[in-house]
Design a binder for this molecule. Structure first.
Ligand code: MRU
Ligand code: ZN
Length: 216
């Protein structure tokens, strides 16, 4: 097996992508109260020799500073000496990379994703029927019906991981934490952003449609 070294250029590209997407999501109000976290992988998943750049824990994600990101290994440990703490939710990123081989993972808390996670908690998934934007997930069936899995939210993050392992659906590039927020991923930052935007559109749609039908 050949291990291609992770280059400085690759790391800088990952940091530039994270910086850009962090600013954009912050401008949309997607990081209230320091919530949310973002990561981009560097190195080849197939060679099992990858790291990922992830947001440092507890930062005001609407600000840009030299201390916004750090690199961690596949078990979530920092790859370099640093005072920065990786996101408290790094283990969820580790598990999603391990299971999907994706290239980027974005997590945000919004009012719409929190409401629909509770509205459909009994069902353990959020149903979406025939909405065009399902195609953003590369699902092209006419009138596709999808279910976005919802898992329990625990303060102890390692306790969340087994449910993610159990419920992650390879067809659906996202998983919801109950009354917490959505994790969305993709092959790269461009695709993860497209998926996250599609999820947020669909959550708002589902919420408003439920209101119109007076399900609430
Ligand atoms: C400050 S509330 C949000 C946190 O508890 C957590 O859910 C979150 O998304 C951000 O944690 P972080 O450690 O900054 O990555
Ligand atoms: Zn969170």
């Amino acid at each position: 097996m050949s291990f291609a070294a992770i280059t400085l250029e690759e790391k800088q590209r990952a940091l530039a992508e994270l910086t850009e997407v962090k600013q954009l999501f912050a401008s949309r109000g997607w990081f209230p109260g320091t919530s949310g976290n973002l990561s981009v992988r560097v190195g080849e998943f197939a060679s099992d020799d990858f790291q990922f750049a992830i947001t440092a824990s507890g930062k005001d994600k609407s600000k840009s500073t030299p201390e916004d990101f750090l690199f961690v290994d596949q078990s979530g440990q920092p790859c370099e000496r640093t005072n920065l703490k990786p996101s408290a939710e790094t283990l969820i990123h580790c598990e999603i990379y391990r299971m999907t081989g994706c290239g980027a993972i974005f997590h945000v808390h919004t009012v719409f994703n929190n409401i629909v996670s509770e509205l459909f908690w009994d069902r353990k998934s959020i149903p979406v029927d025939g909405v065009e934007l399902i195609k953003a997930f590369n699902i092209w069936d006419e009138d596709a019906q999808i279910e976005i899995p919802i898992v329990s939210n625990f303060a102890h993050i390692p306790s969340i991981v087994p449910e993610v392992t159990d419920r992650l659906d390879p067809r659906i590039p996202g998983i919801m934490l109950r009354k917490h927020g959505i994790y969305a991923w993709g092959a790269n930052a461009f695709e993860a952003k497209r998926h996250l935007e599609a999820f947020e559109f669909l959550f708002e749609y589902v919420y408003r449609w439920a209101l119109l039908k007076k399900d609430l």
